[in-house]
Design a protein. Sequence first.
Length: 267
Amino acid sequence: MELRVSSLSFSYPSKEVLNDISFSAAGGEVLGIIGPNGSGKTTLLRCLRMALVPQRGDITLNGKSVTAWSRGKIARFFGVVPQSPSISFPFSVLDVVMMGRTPHLRRFQQEGQRDYEIAREAMRLTSVEALYGRPVSELSGGEVQRVVIARALAQQPHVLLLDEPTSQLDINHQMEVMHLVRSLARKKGIIVIIISHDLNLSMRYCDKLLLLSEGRVYEHGPPEAVVTEASLEKVYGVAATVAYNAAIRSHQVTIRDVISSYLEGTE
């Protein structure tokens, strides 16, 4: 399975946000999208699921262009986990996860035994099966995040898109969610694309990184090739040390200082 983005560009009426974006991701991989605020990360994620329609370029899944697909078909192939999900009604965990089956049902069709089996499997994979009857409003932030991921999995997507899923979580739950999505990619063979501002988590759990800068691809490849002292200085405006941490078998970033010339340029 392969998702390929070719020369994608998107502009709002008053501003160009993405320019000539190209990259690919394969089944079983976790691709992290990183970059400063305003670099186009969320816009790119919205373009991937066609919530925004690119003015130029193409997006293909297994060689087939998705740009002309219906909303229903896109929902069957692309699962979405939004940033800071909010569920205001006291739905049970099972009710929320079953919402993921909607794209697979015909109009007025009721869920069947197979749909419940798929939802149960999604809850098992995300370790929320024991919570199935609990109102989501009573759950912790980490539990809600896993329920929303289970809902996306119940869609049986080929591509799972997550927008900063760890931004509101404590350290323990951040690692739990990142470990979960990497495990899901491996077990289910799906493509996972995740936006993150946490460079260390991204380097530890992602197979590849896509670094955006001012709407363009600055670098794309293995984490240690993308997050370097030079790229951090150029894109983020910080002086940093990037070194391999043998205890976690990953490169990690230590920020030393903000580049003074960068601050002067933003005043």
